[in-house]
Structure formats: C-alpha cells, structure tokens
Design a protein around this ligand. Structure first.
Ligand code: AMP
Length: 969
C-alpha cells in the first residue's frame, strides 16, 4: 500500500505556473507542485511533501523554480520553521532536516531570502509546504504488545522475542526423538539477515516475515517437506496459543518454482516484489504472527501428517522423520537493546528526548513536553505525574507526591487544584510538587495543574486518582484484615487471594486436584497412562512406554521406557513390552530375549516312550499321506535331480550366515498354483522375468516372477543369493515396505520345475531403458526426474549399508521404476554381505590373472567396478558408492554406456592400470561441474575417502533444487 502510494506520488505530474518567467519542471521533488505568481517583489510557491519523507529528502530547488540554473544562489530560511524541520542545500534546495508529522503541523510557510550575486538586492521567496498524510504513518505505539527494553549483554540473542521450539517425532528407524531448539544464539548462527528476510510490522501487534531459504540444511528439509506432502507450491503449519485466545502463528512454505503468479500472491501481498528483494531463493517461508500480548505465550502447532519421511539434521545426527507427534513454540518478548527495534532488533529508533521506542514498529511514545513522530518537536504545556507512578502502587494510607511540570513556556503562575478544591500556587517556577501523607479514599478525584505564561496563555492538565486499594497483604472495608496468600497469589481488597493458574483454596495454598489444571482449576487434564499433568498449564509428563502431547501414543515396536529411549532386545518375533522392555516369546523360543530354543514337548516323548518299531510305523504313515499329497514326490525329485540346487542353497546359507536366519526359504515359500504367468518382460544375465498375477488372501496382485535363465550352477547360485538377500532385507526389523527403495519381495516358489522370486511389478521398467526412451523427449525434465531417482537409490544404498549388505552391481539397468515414479534397487544376484570376504581366486602369485579372467567373462560389469574390486575382487559398501558414481554418469548422459578412453571393453588388468593412473570417466559435455564433482568424489582411489551414501544423497538433493530453480527461471 505504502509503496503504491509512493509510486503514484513520484509519477504525479508537476504543475507549475509563472513567476516572472517560466519555471522548469524539477523532477527531484516529491509531490505535486503548484507555483503562484509574483507579488510585491517576492515569489510565492506551494509544494507538497508526504509526511513520511525521510530527513535528507529534497523538497524543491528554489533555484530551479526561478530558472536561474547558471547562478549559484545563496539562500537561507528566515521564517516559518520554528522547530528546524527544513534546511537548505546547494542550488537553494529545500531539504527535510528532521522528521515531519502532519498530525502536529501540516502546513509550513517558509520565508526564504535569496541573494542574487549579479543583481543587487535580495529576493524573498515564500514557500508554502503542505505536509500530506500517508496511510499507516506515523506508526502507532500500541500498548497491548509493547515489549521491554533489554540491557543487552554481549553474545546474547538479537531478537525481539526469545523462543523455544520443542518437537517430538518418530524416525524411520523406530526411534522417538525430542528436539529442543532455542532462539538465543546470535543472528548469524540462524543464517538470518535483513537481506534474506523482509519484515512487515503493523500497528496491530501483528507482523509477517518473508524468509528466503538458502542454507543447505534448510533447503533440504524444506524440499523434503514438499516431497513428503506431494504439495506443489505451499505447505502450511498453524500454531494456536494454548490459552485459546487470539495469538496465532502460521508458517507457510512456498516453492518459488511455480509459474502461476497466484501461487506467490500471499507473498507479494506482504512484501511487493519479494522475489527480487530476496534474490530469487528456491523456497520461501512466510511467518505470520499475531501477538497481542506482553506475556510469554505457548503455541501448539498442527503439523500436517507426512506421507514420506523427511530428513532432519540435528546437532548430533541426521535422522529420517516419519511422523511429527507434536510441536510447541514458547515465545517470550524480551525486547531489543536500547535504541533498536524490529524482529531482528536491526532497525534504529528515531525517538528522542527519552521517548520509548516500540519494539514492533519503532513508534515513539513521547515523554511530556514533546511531540511528533520522533518526539523532537516541543509541546508547550504542563504535565502532571505522581510518585509512585504505577497506579497499582497507590493505596490507602500511602504517601504520594503530585508533580506539576511546565514545558517550553515562560511561566507566570503555576497552580495545582486538589479534589477538595484547595489550590496551591507558585510564581515563576516551572515545577510544583505537593506531597500528600496518609491518603484515603476521600482523596480520590481530579488533580489539575494549570500554567499561565508571560504571554497570558493558559494550559492545564488533569490526572484522576482512584485511591481504592488496600496496602499489600491487606483486605476488607477498612483494610485491616490480612490476606496471607501463599505462592504468587495476589491479595485483592474485596476478593482476598486471587490464585495463579494451578492453585486453589482461600489462600491458594493447595495445588489443583489431580486431573485438573489452569485458572481456578477449571480445566480437565487430558494426560493419559498415568502421566503427570502440570497444574498450571496442563502439560503432560509421560510415564515409561508412552509419548505424545497427551501421552496416548505407545512407544514404537522396538522401543520402550521413559520417552521411548530404550531399544528392545527381544528376538524371534517376540513382542516387546513398551513399559519395561520385557519380551513375550513366541514358541518355541524362550529366555529373557527369546533367543533360546525350548525343546518341544513331543520330542522327549518320542525319544523315551515310543519304541523304535512304532516310530517306523509312524514315519511310513506320514510318508503315505505326504505321498498322496504329492509332497514326497517333490522331495524325492529334489534329492535326486536337485542335489546341485540343495548344495547351492547350503552354500548361500553358509555365505550369508550372518545375514539370513535359518528357515528363510520356507518362511517366504508359496505355491506355483497361486501364480498365473503372463509375458516375458526382461532378460537378465542369470534370469528371465515374466509378468504375472499372484493370488493372495487380499486378492490378486501384479507381480514380476524372476526365474533362472539356465539350469546351471551360476544361475542357481545367483537365484538363491538374490532370494536370500531379499529375505534378509525384508525381515529386518527396520525395513518398511512402503518407504524402502529396494524392490519389494512378495514370495518365493521353490518347486522342482518352478523356481520363482516374486517381486512387486515396477511398471516403468528399468532406468536405463527409461532414460534412453525419454532422452528423445524433454532432456532437461528427464534429467531432473532421473536426479530424483538417483536420490532414491542413494537411500537404498543407505538401507543396505545398515544391513551390512553390498549390492555389487549398482547400475542404471538394475534400477526399476514403479508406476508412481519411485526408483527401486533390484537385481541382487551378485549381492553379498560384508562378512563374506569372498575373493574370486586366492591371492597367490597367479591370482590376479585368474581373477581377471573371471571378471572378464560377460558376468562382470567392469566399467562400473571400483578399483579395489577390479584388483582384489573385494566388495564393500564403498565400492557400491563407486558404482553409484557411474550410475550418476549414466544419468548425466541419459543412458550412454560408460567408457574409459573410448574403450568399450577394456581388459580387467588394463582398466585397473588406467584407474591407478588417476584416469576416470570424462565429464559428459552436458554435465554440470557440481554434478561431476559428486560423481568424481565417488571414484576416489582410497575407498574410505569416498562419501557415504547419505552424504551423496544430501548433495544430490541440493543439485536437484539448484537445477529445478534453473529450469524454472
Ligand atoms: P534382472 O535380471 O533383475 O536385471 O531383470 C531383467 C529385466 O527384467 C530388468 O532390466 C527389467 O526390465 C525387468 N524386470 C525385472 N524385475 C522387474 C520388476 N520387478 N518389475 C518390472 N520389470 C522387471
């Protein structure tokens, strides 16, 4: 509003009439300019200036008005500016010298004496200056939200408010975390400065701040918030004061990528041209705060539920938040240092003559005798005050002093009239003090100070005293009874003790009964499960096993104890007690942690009681039944025809002994009768993949059924290895099917003629094919989407790292894309756990050649492999990071095949030598420097110097944003 007014003002036409000669249009003036004609050897002009014109602003150049451009006109204001609002600069330009205030003086009649050097004699110019109103100016000093003045101590915060944010949330790893962040650090720590923050403060105890998000962590959190909500351009969090009154905080997050102007409209309304002002940040927060109070306030915030976890960096760790249980914000107005105001205490007050400066908007509250926006214009008159000054400290039987003080007048007489009509008079003095001893109710009424100055002008001011309170701790008609309230209760003359929230009783001696809190214990606590309820504000302190604002949320499955801080140790599907962590075992497991096996009851019976003959009969009986049901047939076949298979399974189990629990195959086994096969959708090195449908108890679902390509050792080994690794991933207690970026396992079929790994069907196929297809369309958009996929795969690698599993074949061809555009890591045929330090050959003298021969078979993706994998056959999570770097290279080229020095199929030894010489995949022409930096960091020779998958994820998120911004511009 203000800006548009100014704009109109600046573009207004300047109308000039004649005074001797034509006047020039002087564009530096601020407002409408009217010039009248010459009278009696002097020129009369009228100009206007807005009331909010800052000191230093040019009003008009008299020299230009007179069209005397060549002459230097010395001139001086000789009349009409009693309080020095204007001054004269070069070219006889009239300049605002001190703040104007149209409510104090809206017209000035300046008499300016102009000395003409060439012509003898001075010229008098009369300039009428109209001070025009500007909406919302001067700012109003609103007592409702006045803030204290802080006597600043070095190193303390520089905010008008101090605040504490407390959050409680669950992480994807099943932890419950508590976060407390206090706004008491210097501003730089918060990465806040005026360039990044635009603040609008109103007169009504409200302010809005627009804050461009730039810091890496903030950008990432904000970006993830967007992703987790599937929202396009805004996200809102509302906080309501606990008292349920007016105070409100709302935080809105805007993505500036929107091309629709209306999406950013709320921002523009607060700060016009905000994007340019904040230098086009990718994301913008808009805080709107209504704070019509002087007291500390607690806000409870409503955080929208997360559809995907978000990453949050705390001082200690980076965690993935899946649910925000509660957020509270405690705000306390602490004020700025003397002479400063604004949310960041970065604005300088203009108030003079001991005036108070309002913390919100810098409005001045003048002391007696002063007026104007800066309280620098004398206000002739008389003021009346008392000691003590606070009316609540004036009570029956006290002694008080009434002061009459004259300001900016030459006093003739000064008098004070008391309510009983008696008058005290002094002559010539500009101050009169009257002490009243042992005041009583009868002394209540008006006290009038009156002054008569030497020019016979009269000024008077009245104060009305209501002397009705008893002295401290006294009550009753005669103020002769004692209150003796306990705690912070107040003693009222008629009511007695007035209790603070949380206290009750005639003397406020008792705390609120259990289950109640607040003023007069009138509110019911909502705390559950034995939580302690704060008597004053109803805050719940949860007992062990529970959390949440009402303590009604049970600790997550694997957590127990106070604030859910203890990790459960129960094994084998046992249920962990949320309070004390004790384990309820599932048969046949027993023991404290349910990790000891209990002999089944029938075993000793069979051993001791059943004679051997009976046992044989029993076996024959069972065998007959099984035979009839076709089971023995399968078993027999397995033993005869699938010795190799069984051996492979044993081998895989031995390799992955640390990773998979025995019985893994049977736990996931289903029958081929439930599977209907469709068409072939993919051919891998070891297997083929067929689309199909699987009948489950929940109905039919689409699956991808992966089988062996050939019935040979290598294929079986890869098949079972993949199956076992996927089982290990899916049986991990922290695995979450809906959030994981690893392809979902739905079941295993392990029949002699049908062997399938049943996987969720990823309808968009593998990433390599997708990229090559998309390349022909919008390259930039495809790249952006692929960057998001890369972030997903970085997350998959983090999951594998947690499980100590290495994938060993991270590449675009092994990334599958689901219908809702989530990338999932697949093809675990080469995966292994890090405990199996498998070397393909012994590292003896001929080892390297042997290894190289193995690697050069079609099986091994040499160009994706790390240096150490090529040289020693060793795979680690860091070697997966190397391959991930190559995957990024594939993304940068939208699906080209990586080649070193243009050589498509180098020999293993040669490639290792190339890499040792420091040669790496070249930067693709279309790849940015930052992106190439990320991939290059994955190819460091020393595995431990490579970034972790989590670090890569962060950097990709950052790149993603930067790229989004670029493409949006
Ligand atoms: P793989 O042997 O796992 O690399 O699979 C070979 C090809 O089959 C992949 O490149 C995909 O094109 C396809 N494929 C594998 N698994 C799936 C799946 N779960 N959903 C859709 N297509 C798949």
């Amino acid at each position: 509003m203000l800006y548009s007014t100014m704009h109109r003002v600046l573009t207004a036409t300047i109308i000039i009439s004649n005074c001797n000669r034509m006047m020039a249009i002087y564009y530096r003036v601020i407002l409408l300019l009217i010039v009248s004609s010459r009278t009696n050897g002097s020129c009369n002009f009228t100009v206007s200036v807005p009331t909010n014109a800052k000191p230093g602003t040019d009003v008009v150049s008299v020299q230009s008005l007179m069209r005397m451009e060549k002459e230097e006109l010395p001139c001086v204001i000789v009349e009409g500016d009693l309080y020095g609002r204007f001054t004269v600069s070069t070219n006889c330009t009239i300049v605002v010298a001190r703040p104007l205030d149209s409510s104090v003086q809206s017209k000035y009649l300046l008499k300016i004496r102009v000395r003409r050097l060439q012509n003898p004699g001075d010229l008098v110019v009369r300039l009428k200056v109209n001070v025009t109103n500007v909406l919302g100016y001067p700012p109003v000093y609103n007592e409702t939200c006045k803030t204290p003045v802080r006597h600043s101590v070095e190193g303390t915060s520089e905010f008008l408010f101090s605040g504490t944010l407390t959050a409680e949330f669950e992480t994807t790893s099943g932890d419950v975390m508590f976060l407390k962040e206090t706004l008491n650090k210097p501003r730089e720590v918060w990465d806040m400065d005026s360039r990044k923050l635009s603040i609008i403060t109103g007169n009504t105890c409200q302010f809005s701040a627009v804050f461009g998000v730039r810091g890496l962590n903030d950008v990432m959190v904000a970006a993830e918030l967007f992703q987790s909500h599937h929202v396009n351009f805004t996200l809102k969090v509302f906080c309501q004061a606990e008292s349920g009154q007016m105070p409100k905080v709302s935080v809105q997050l805007f993505s500036t990528q929107s091309k629709l102007k209306s999406d950013l409209h709320p921002l523009e309304q607060v700060v016009p041209n905000v994007m340019a002002k904040l230098q086009h940040p990718p994301l913008v927060y808009l805080f709107s705060v209504a704070y019509p109070t002087k007291s500390p306030t607690r806000y409870n915030c409503k955080f929208p539920s997360l559809q995907r976890p978000i990453m949050l960096s705390t001082d200690i760790d980076t965690v993935r938040v899946k649910h925000v249980q509660r957020i509270t914000l405690d705000v306390n107005p602490v004020g700025c240092a003397p002479g400063k105001y604004g949310l960041l205490c970065d604005k300088t007050c203009i108030c003079e003559n001991s005036a108070r400066c309002h913390g919100f908007n810098g409005a001045c509250k003048c002391t007696d005798g002063w007026q104007g926006v800066a309280c620098d214009i004398p206000k002739p008159g008389v003021s009346v005050t008392t000691t003590p000054s606070d009316p609540s400290d004036i009570f029956i039987s006290a002694n008080i002093i009434i002061h009459c003080q004259v300001h900016h007048l030459d006093v003739n007489t000064l008098s004070l009239r008391l309510p009983n009509e008696s008058v005290i008079v002094s002559y010539g003095a500009n101050r009169l003090d009257k002490t009243l001893f042992n005041i009583q109710s009868k002394d209540s009424g008006p006290y009038v100070c009156q002054v008569r100055d030497t020019r016979r002008n009269t000024f008077k001011t009245t104060i009305v005293l209501d002397i009705a309170n008893c002295p401290p701790n006294k009550k009753g008609q005669l103020c002769d009874e004692r209150c003796d309230c306990s705690g912070f209760a107040r003693c009222d003359r008629w009511v007695g003790c007035v209790c603070p929230p949380g206290r009750t009783g005639t003397r406020c001696e008792t705390t609120c009964p259990d289950g109640t809190y607040g003023k007069d214990c009138g509110k019911a606590c909502s705390c559950q499960h034995g939580a302690i309820c704060s008597n004053s504000d109803g805050t719940c302190t949860c007992t062990a096993g529970w959390y949440g604002s009402d303590c009604n949320v049970r600790c997550p499955k694997y957590r127990y104890g106070l604030r859910c801080q203890q990790a459960c140790t129960c094994k084998n599907d046992a249920v962990c007690d949320n309070v004390d962590g004790s384990c309820a075992c599932v048969a046949p497991w027993t023991g404290k942690d349910c990790d000891e096996k209990q002999p089944t009851r029938s075993e000793p019976l069979v051993e001791s009681l059943v004679p051997v003959g009976c046992l044989i009969v029993l076996v024959v009986f069972i065998a007959t039944i099984l035979y009839k049901k076709n089971f023995v047939c399968r078993l027999a076949h397995r033993i005869d025809g699938e010795t190799e298979v069984v051996l492979e399974i044993e081998q895989v189990e031995a390799d992955l002994a640390q990773t998979v629990r025995p019985g893994w195959l049977s736990r996931w086994e289903t029958t081929s009768r439930h599977l209907t096969l469709g068409h072939l959708i993919g051919l891998g090195v070891f297997g083929h993949v067929i689309q199909g449908t699987l009948q489950t108890s929940d109905g039919e679902i689409g699956v991808a059924a992966k089988s062996v390509r050939r019935k040979d050792t290598q294929c079986y080994r890869n098949f079972y290895r993949e199956a076992a690794i996927l089982v290990a991933v899916h049986e991990d207690q922290h695995h979450d099917n809906f959030r994981s970026n690893i392809i979902r396992l739905l079941g295993l079929i392990n029949e002699s003629s049908h062997k399938y790994i049943l996987l969720e069907y990823a309808s968009k196929g593998n990433l390599l094919r997708l990229m090559r297809r998309e390349k022909r369309r919008d390259g930039a958009q495809s790249f952006l989407q692929c960057l998001r996929y890369a972030v997903h795969i970085a997350r998959a690698l983090q999951e594998l790292q947690r499980l100590a599993i290495t994938h060993c074949d991270v590449a675009a061809r092994n990334v599958l894309i689901t219908a809702d555009d989530v990338a999932k890591l697949a093809d675990f045929g080469l995966a292994r756990d890090v405990y199996a330090t498998v070397q393909y050959v012994a590292d003896d003298g001929n080892g390297k050649e042997e290894l190289a021969k193995n690697l050069e078979s079609e099986v091994f993706p040499l160009n994706w492999m790390s240096l150490e994998s090529l040289e020693t056959g060793q795979y680690t999570c860091q070697s997966d990071v190397w391959s991930f770097g190559v995957l990024l290279w594939e993304i940068s080229t939208l699906g080209q095949e990586p080649r070193y020095d243009g050589n498509n199929r180098p020999s293993c030894l040669r490639l290792a030598r190339t890499l040792r010489r420091g040669i790496r995949l070249r930067r693709p022409p279309e790849c940015s420097g930052e992106m190439y930096d990320v991939m290059s960091s994955c190819w460091q020779e020393n595995p431990s110097a490579r970034p972790g998958a989590d670090v890569v994820e962060k950097r990709l998120l950052q790149l993603n944003l930067a790229f989004e911004m670029e493409t949006a511009v």
